[in-house]
Ligand binder design. Structure first.
Ligand SMILES: [Zn+2]
Length: 455
């Protein structure tokens, strides 16, 4: 039985910070204070029905136990599951209590601004990257690679930012694929509510810039490899999440509310507006125009409709080049270098392409499974194609990165295999205590494979 989270905020020296991005209406605060329950259901013998549950608009939460899947919703979701013929029971219930804004200790820098017990805000992530680059100009450069949907609309929003970390020589950290050093790209929080993933990116940046010259493994890595980190793929979405303060809003998608807005969908785990960036990539893309679904895949009837998606595709092409003929069954060419990892939560699994289907394997299946097995030894997470472990996920990042460009691209879902660090918003102590030791080894392993992932 899993422990429910304590939802109290430690006040102490915290001060509330008034700034752009935290504007939250009194009505929204009152609604959160009134106490909505987020209910997780165990759905029995549903392992073959993941796609059907998704198609019914239910929020399958990337976790399984034997033949059971888990669905997140509210008190009404149980009836919906019964009506669909599933046997389900409540496995976890989280009560949302009083709202508290993101905050930082008096005198602390913006990079220490946090919510929900320690999770960093978008502005804190960006300030941390800037601080790393200004303290270590020989090691780190911050690159703006696009604009979020809200930014493009002139409605606030954020620049899309990456940091390149390497012992820089002439020509390093440039946005073209002709780099001297091979590249590893780490990306987090494409799904905004998967808040522990961004912390892994934050910690890896600090680990690298702090370890050069003192930690031989870091020194060697940065002398030979460019490490790129995008800590927040979906900053507009994360801004919605962090506005929940100590009760993060379980928003998954971006903030492109063209098709439907908060008035129509609400903003709960099971119903929300926006587009799922990780169903929007245009390789084996599939249409889902249900506006309040978790996996709405487009705003205009086609893939690549979202600026966050297109900007990431352009970043990949700039960092890695094109090593594969589109849609063909050929392997990436012998010169293909580079590895990439997209972090999610909270199934506790390692996913390799293809993700749109599990009835076909990629031409690189053997090296992918070799790398999956190696990573599995760090975390104990099982590895395989998405449809074998959970459900098929068309329009995802890895299928595009590998299918169009030939990048050795993986997804890892953080997780605790049913333990107390499962959930989208685990206690902050899980970041250091559970996830970081696994992930540090995993990131360093994949960075080490950047020179020749297919050999
Ligand atoms: Zn996810």
């Amino acid at each position: 039985m899993r422990k429910l989270r304590a939802m109290t905020l430690v006040a102490g020296a915290a001060v509330l910070v008034a700034m752009t991005g935290f504007a939250t209406s009194p009505a929204a605060q009152a609604e959160r204070s009134s106490g909505q329950d987020v209910v997780e259901y165990r759905v029995h013998d549903a392992v073959k029905s993941g796609d059907a549950l998704e198609a019914a608009g239910l929020d399958v939460v990337s976790r399984r136990d034997g033949n059971d899947l888990f669905v997140l919703g509210d008190d009404a979701t149980g009836g919906k599951l019964s009506a669909l013929g599933f046997r389900a029971e409540v496995s976890q219930r989280t009560h949302q209590e009083g709202w508290a804004a993101p905050a930082r200790p008096a005198g602390a820098g913006l990079q220490d601004e946090t919510y929900d017990g320690g999770y960093h805000t978008v502005n804190a992530h960006y300030a941390n990257m800037d601080a790393a680059a200004s303290a270590h100009p020989d090691l780190a450069s911050v690159v703006t690679y696009g604009q979020s949907w809200l930014k493009q609309q002139n409605k606030g929003g954020y620049a899309l930012k990456a940091i390149c970390i390497a012992k820089k020589a002439a020509g390093d950290c440039a946005l073209n694929p002709n780099s001297t050093k091979p590249r590893f790209l780490l990306q987090a929080q494409v799904h905004a509510r998967e808040i522990a993933t961004g912390e892994m990116a934050y910690k890896y940046i600090d680990y690298l810039v702090g370890g050069y010259g003192t930690d031989p493994a870091v020194t060697n890595l940065l002398n030979t490899t460019e490490v790129w980190v995008v800590p927040i793929v979906n900053p507009d979405g994360v801004n919605l999440v962090q506005q929940g303060g100590n009760n993060p809003v379980l928003h998954r998608k971006n903030a492109d509310f063209t098709a439907a807005d908060l008035a129509r969908c609400g903003d709960t785990a099971g119903s929300q507006p926006g587009v799922d960036i990780n169903r929007n990539f245009s390789y084996h893309w599939q249409s889902n125009t249900s506006k309040c679904d978790q996996t709405t895949s487009t705003s205009n009837g086609a893939g690549d409709s979202e600026p966050e998606t297109k900007a990431l595709e352009a970043l990949w092409a700039n960092l890695f080049g094109d090593h594969r003929a589109d849609g063909a069954s050929d392997k990436p060419d012998v010169g293909a270098r580079g590895t990439a990892l997209m972090l999610h939560s909270y199934a506790g699994i390692i996913i390799l392409p293809w993700e749109y289907t599990n009835t076909a394997h990629t031409p690189s299946d053997t090296p992918f499974r070799t790398m999956g097995k190696a990573m599995s030894q760090f975390s104990g997470y099982p590895y395989g194609q998405a449809g074998d472990l959970l459900y098929n996920a068309p329009g995802g990042s890895d299928d595009y990165a590998y299918g169009k460009l030939g990048i050795a691209s993986f997804t890892i879902e953080l997780g605790d295999q049913g333990g107390s660090c499962d959930g989208f918003t685990p206690s902050y102590s899980c970041v250091d205590g559970t996830f970081w030791p696994y992930m540090l080894k995993t990131f360093n392993y994949l960075a080490g494979k950047a020179a020749s992932p297919y050999k």
